[in-house]
Design a protein. Sequence first.
Length: 118
Amino acid sequence: MSQIQIKRIYEPADESDGFRILVDRLWPRGVKKESAHLDIWLKEAGPSNELRKWFNHDPEKWEAFKKKYKDELKKSATTKELIDLVSKHKKTTLLYSAHDEEHNQAQVLLQFLKGEAR
């Protein structure tokens, strides 16, 4: 499997990022589409609006959020598309906009893609 990493979209793009995928359901505030240096935006890879709003980046809900989000990923057609994209590239960077670098969907998605959450 290819190398996968996560990164805040507000950090500068770098050649070492490889294939860049935005995995937020909403477009990040203050980021211009032309300067985002994205290869693709997979809105549907992010948690559902209901789950996103419920979680609201509350660390106390983190464990429940991870379980609910993994359940969504297992049922989503976008997950297969994401796995296919990752497998076609030597290195992939999942981009997210959350301020909390520990408690965000990209962390869960990274675990899921690496097979730790399946």
